[in-house]
Design a protein around this ligand. Structure first.
Ligand code: HEM
Length: 458
């Protein structure tokens, strides 16, 4: 296979066999103490430089995998040996069930139905609704936020994303405020699972911190969702919403989903789709503020393509530089910085023996920083996503939406939503951000401090 780097110097020889790097506990602990989790991750990435690295975290000894060839092995060529099943997914399963957030037959049925739901045809059909939700949400945002009145971009982008998602998921049945309450309850339930993720060996009957908050939040989620699903069963939704699609669709075996499964899939979609999108959109404003010349080029493109017309779906295709900027945002600020997997059987990746039961931590964040594939990887440069440079790159050097059988179902949804949101904001406002913002590692890669956004009418 011929592999090129992102550099102008052309192809570089590639050595397929990389030894395993071992990272002893004391080195992990000292780096963690010195600079926190992100410093630790960055330093491990630099040391490993694409080699599979075995981390020693006491009883937990995951393999960190970043090289695109190894990712190809795990996510594509030997995918049956690498299901989800790591601690994070098991804990998350308490909230999202065994459907689209899980693995196996039930996942396959949900995936089949949702693949249709998020198809290009469906997105085209939903685009008018999406644009009207975005324009309304951006008007609201402009009223709240002006010179001398900065707002928290994370909170605001969550609100915008939920305004987009609610009608797509629920038609007109769930008012915005109820949709916001549902989003908050799901976010709270998700946040309460951190202890369970950290202690996957703990039986569910043994209480851990966060359990009570989790139970309260899931009660609220069910109180809101169950009546919506019943209403959809009774035909009281408008029929194009995701709840109805889930209720009426069937998996490969021809069987429909139960109400319980539909609720769990909706929760999983909220978990997968709303926080990551809102964080990515927050990073966009921080990145544009840091690079005024790129912000000016995006604004010029929006003015040229959209002008004074109402925003339309057809504009998206011509907003190509805007989309390159979005791609670069997701390369540098890889919201889903780690994607865990578990080895079912003993395997060998390159020359590294991976015993059955091992956890593999795939890290798009580190893969996106490998110098073998990305020249000056820490520099923000949307030009990397020009079509010819994308074609020349290893297909697994860029995976902000994962890859393989679990690849994100909302990738096209996000691209459409984010391009329209950026265009809707920039055609009306000049955007500034107070101060500079660094990332921090949580379940996702988030801004360390709130991103203080200021909009000034143009
Ligand atoms: C910036 C935005 C987003 C990012 C960075 C992102 C990232 C990801 C990643 C990395 C995965 C793969 C997980 C794995 O391999 O185990 C994934 C899966 C998934 N995403 Fe997204 N996502 C985003 C937006 C969305 C949206 C908007 C939706 C839906 C409305 C969505 C729905 C899903 C679903 C349903 C899955 C699970 C697919 C499966 O297991 O078959 N995502 N996403």
């Amino acid at each position: 296979m011929s592999i090129t780097t992102d550099s102008a110097s052309g192809p570089r020889a590639y050595e397929p066999v990389r030894p395993v790097v071992k990272m002893p506990m004391r080195r992990v602990a000292s780096r963690l103490r010195r600079g926190g989790p992100l410093h630790l991750l960055d330093s491990i990435g630099r040391d490993a430089d694409g080699a599979i690295t075995r981390l020693n975290l006491g009883p937990f000894r995951p393999f960190l995998v970043t090289h695109p060839d190894d990712l190809q092995h795990i996510l594509r060529d030997h995918r049956d040996n690498y299901p989800r099943g790591a601690a994070m997914w098991r804990a998350l399963g308490r909230l999202t069930g065994d459907g689209i957030g899980g693995e196996g037959e039930q996942w396959a049925a949900s995936r089949e139905i949702l693949r249709n739901a998020f198809s290009g045809r469906y997105l085209a059909a939903m685009s008018e609704q999406m644009i009207s939700s975005i324009d309304g949400a951006v008007d609201d945002l402009g009223r709240r936020c002006g010179p001398g009145r900065p707002v928290d971009a994370g909170v605001e982008m969550t609100r915008v994303v939920q305004r987009v998602i609610n009608p797509v998921f629920f038609g007109s049945l769930v008012p915005d405020e109820e949709g916001d309450r549902l989003g908050e309850a799901i976010a709270t339930a998700m946040g309460s699972l951190l202890w369970r993720m950290a202690m996957p060996f703990m039986p569910h009957a043994v209480p851990v911190p966060g359990d009570r908050r989790f139970n309260r939040a899931t009660r609220t989620v069910n109180e809101i969702l169950r009546p919506v699903v019943s209403a959809a069963r009774g035909g009281r939704l408008d029929g194009r919403d995701v709840v109805t699609l889930l209720l009426t669709g069937t998996g490969a075996d021809g069987r429909p989903l139960t109400d319980e499964q539909v609720c769990q899939d909706i929760i999983a979609l909220f978990v997968a789709g709303s926080e990551s999108s809102a964080i990515a959109l927050t990073w966009i404003w921080a990145a544009l503020a840091r690079h005024p010349e790129i912000a000016a080029a995006v604004t010029d493109e929006v003015d040229r393509v959209v002008g004074d017309e109402p925003l339309r779906r057809e504009h998206i295709r011509s907003l190509s530089y805007t989309q390159m900027v979005l791609d670069e945002v997701l390369r540098i600020y890889s919201v889903g910085w780690a994607v865990p997997r578990m080895a079912l059987r003993d395997d060998v990746i390159g020359k590294v023996e991976v015993p059955a039961g091992s956890t593999l931590a795939i890290s798009p964040y580190l893969t996106h920083r490998l110098e073998e594939f990305w020249e000056r990887p820490l520099e923000f440069d949307p030009g990397r996503f020009a079509k010819d440079r994308v074609r020349a790159r290893h297909p697994l050097a860029y995976l902000p939406f994962g890859d393989g059988v679990h690849q994100c179902l909302g990738q096209a949804f996000f691209a459409q939503e984010a391009t329209l949101i950026v265009a809707s904001v920039l055609r009306r406002y000049r955007v500034a951000v107070q101060g500079d913002v660094d990332p921090k590692l949580s379940l996702t890669l988030q801004p360390r401090e709130p991103v203080q956004l200021i909009l000034t009418p143009r």
